[in-house]
Ligand binder design. Structure first.
Ligand SMILES: Cc1cc2nc3c(=O)[nH]c(=O)nc-3n(C[C@H](O)[C@H](O)[C@H](O)COP(=O)(O)OP(=O)(O)OC[C@H]3O[C@@H](n4cnc5c(N)ncnc54)[C@H](O)[C@@H]3O)c2cc1C
Ligand code: SF4
Ligand code: SF4
Length: 434
């Protein structure tokens, strides 16, 4: 007779291990609730763990994230699955959901991996590194990035030639090519959706030349160049490896633009661009930095002062709408823009252009709920059904939402939102279990 499938039980399923999901998980766990944290990437920490410094304080992002991430990873009430995502979540009763979690094979037994990187050195296959946003390569046997949690290797099976070089050098024999995809059934009382955001794909605006002109980067690529876990020890033009000395930022790339289907303000791009400009002035003291903007939205506490500080440091702000970018033979870029103050069309030359790409919703969240209707707002973020009185509530009772899954926001607001989601979840759990 076949053994019945064992269903794992938790109080709360948190989907997404970024800063918002992490905050919710930690608050719930600290109050004794058993949490299952499911993250589709190979590390928890979301986008924040990959950032350089944060506006407006210029504190090191990794230094704030890593202690929190280790607290989450070590908490006895939190079970973490990385490389995993819910296939479906079904409401069975007032405080009962059943979820099927897809666990993808990592081909490495996490507890036995020492993170020694010998497999990386031995692996002969190089591919583009997605955690460095395509700026450098990585091996098919790889640790996602130096401060990843868990800091364990993974095998990229799509590119692996199965040569066995990694297996032969691994001192703990933790590489296991027999691992297969698993579907794990779990039962929970409540769900927190903290699935975060995606970045606008600049290939959708071909006139900016992203993907065609090597010295046109996205803001997250510049963020990686400025981060402590950066790919190179200097700021470099990807086209020829030269240090840039005249950098332009194009704000609102993929935000406030009905023509590409995203009419709303991304809220973070002005400030992260001003931050990056200040960091660039520190890293490249002789460089010129110009920010092309429509409006500067420096609305938070200390933001306007941060903007003024950038102006005092010599960052140039040009109120202009960039229409087109073209490339010169030497890799420099010509920006054709409308100078909004004079109404004249002008051109300017820069040796590197950073597109300040906007925040867009993460697709596919609705499809997780096959029986229930998870409502989205008009911009396709998760709808907050009672935004004023109970901002973490969604259209499904017992399912709460945290962070940028609800719309664009910065880190402090994502943490606050994660806190609100955990408080509302606790109040729901107390109501249904008392
Ligand atoms: C270039 C750049 C610079 C920035 N600089 C700053 C700054 O200086 N200061 C500041 O305050 N903010 C900054 N931000 C904003 C900051 O990154 C966000 O506010 C923050 O990361 C939001 O956290 P989150 O947890 O909501 O989302 P995310 O960081 O997106 O985390 C969501 C997590 O959910 C996971 N996930 C998604 N779908 C699923 C699924 N189906 N199953 C399982 N897991 C899933 C994702 O893999 C991800 O790990 C910057 C953003 C960018 C792009
Ligand atoms: S088996 Fe695959 S991952 Fe391991 S060294 Fe060979 S190519 Fe790299
Ligand atoms: S898989 Fe083996 S060789 Fe690779 S980092 Fe882990 S312990 Fe080291």
């Amino acid at each position: 007779m076949e053994e019945p499938v064992k269903i794992l039980e938790f109080d709360v399923l948190v989907v997404g291990g970024g800063i918002a999901g992490g905050e919710s998980a930690l608050n719930l766990a600290n109050l004794g609730y058993k949490v299952l944290l499911v993250e589709k990437e190979l590390s928890i920490g979301g986008k924040m763990i990959l950032l350089s410094k944060v506006f407006p304080t210029l504190d090191c992002s990794a230094c704030i994230t890593t202690p929190k991430v280790s607290e989450i990873a070590r908490h006895s009430n939190i079970t973490i699955l990385t490389g995993a995502e819910p296939l479906k979540i079904t409401k069975k009763g007032p405080h009962h959901f059943e979820a099927l979690i897809l666990q993808k094979p990592r081909y490495v037994n996490i507890p036995d991996c020492t993170g020694c990187q010998l497999c990386e050195e031995a692996c002969p296959v190089s591919v583009t590194d997605e955690y460095q946003y395509g700026l450098v390569g990585r091996k098919a046997a790889y640790i996602p990035f130096s401060i990843a949690s868990p800091r364990a290797a993974a095998i990229d099976i799509e590119n692996c030639t199965l040569c066995g070089a990694c297996e032969r050098v691994c001192p703990t024999q933790c590489i296991d090519f027999t691992q297969t995809e698993e579907q794990i059934p779990v039962s929970v009382k409540s769900v927190v959706l903290a699935t975060g955001f995606n970045l606008f794909d600049p290939l959708k605006i071909p006139r900016y030349g992203y993907g065609k002109f090597k010295n046109v980067l996205t803001s997250i690529q510049m963020e990686r160049q400025l981060a402590p876990t950066r790919p190179f020890n200097a700021i470099l033009r990807p086209g020829d490896g030269k240090m840039p000395d005249n950098i332009a930022y194009v704000l609102c790339t993929g935000s406030r633009d009905k023509s590409i289907g995203n009419p709303i303000c991304s809220q973070i791009c002005c400030m992260y661009s001003i931050k990056q400009a200040q960091l660039l002035m520190g890293a490249l003291p002789m460089a010129d930095v110009t920010i092309y903007y429509l409006h500067i939205r420096a609305f938070g506490k200390g933001f306007n002062e941060f903007y003024a500080q950038a102006q005092d440091m010599g960052v140039e702000f040009t109120k202009g709408k960039v229409g087109k970018i073209t490339e010169k033979e030497n890799g420099n870029l010509i920006l054709r823009y409308e100078d909004i103050e004079t109404g004249k069309v002008k051109e300017s030359e820069h040796d590197m252009v950073v597109l300040s790409v906007g925040v867009i919703p993460n697709e596919g969240i609705q499809e997780m709920f096959n029986n229930d209707d998870l409502q989205l707002d008009p911009y396709h973020f998760v709808d907050q059904s009672d935004i004023l009185a109970s901002p973490a509530k969604t259209s499904i009772e017992g399912v709460f939402v945290a962070g940028t899954a609800t719309g664009p926001m910065d880190i402090p607001d994502s943490i606050l939102s994660g806190g609100a989601a955990s408080a509302e979840t606790i109040s729901y759990l107390r109501r249904v279990t008392s």
